[in-house]
Design a protein around this ligand. Structure first.
Ligand SMILES: CC(C)(COP(=O)(O)OP(=O)(O)OC[C@H]1O[C@@H](n2cnc3c(N)ncnc32)[C@H](O)[C@@H]1OP(=O)(O)O)[C@@H](O)C(=O)NCCC(=O)NCCS
Length: 128
């Protein structure tokens, strides 16, 4: 599973791929990973808050609702666990990511200047 997700991650983020060991470490640190043939989502929850760590969809399969469906799946899981809020950071240069999160109900709640190698991160949240 970790090799497959690393391969898919490299297709989605060719400029900064994560290794199988990176995903293994995320799982060990308590993150949940959901992966299908064309997409993955990594998230973690602590008490009543959760964070989306990363999400990606095979470039050949984008704009078909796969990421929206994955976000819907984790929202249901998290609601059932009593989570009240999901938050995430997205690069200010990542328009696809920002549009995805806006379209799934996340609101822009702050900015972390120069968070990713000099690029600002937008902090977004959604109340469940
Ligand atoms: C961002 C990403 C996960 C979206 O996956 P997806 O399965 O294509 O998303 P969806 O089909 O569910 O899109 C839902 C909505 O998000 C918006 N959106 C998604 N991709 C977009 C793009 N490239 N440009 C503009 N808006 C986009 C649209 O509003 C879209 O609805 P529409 O297709 O009806 O217009 C995908 O582009 C990806 O893997 N990108 C590389 C990795 C990445 O940037 N991840 C997010 C940050 S961690």
């Amino acid at each position: 599973m970790f090799d497959e997700i690393a391969n898919l991650h490299a297709k989605c983020f060719p400029e900064h791929p994560w290794s199988s060991d990176d995903f293994r470490d995320l799982k060990k640190s308590g993150c949940e990973i959901i992966m299908s043939e064309n997409g993955f989502i990594v998230y973690r929850s602590v008490v009543d808050e959760a964070e989306i760590i990363t999400i990606g969809v095979n470039p050949e399969m984008q704009r078909k609702g796969i990421a929206t469906a994955m976000i819907g799946i984790i929202e249901n899981i998290l609601k059932n666990q009593g989570v009240k809020k999901i938050f995430l950071e997205v690069s200010s240069t990542n328009i696809a990511g920002q549009k995805l999160y806006e379209s799934t109900g996340f609101k822009n709640v702050g900015l972390r200047p120069k968070y990713y190698n000099g690029v600002d991160a937008i902090l977004m949240e959604k109340q469940l």
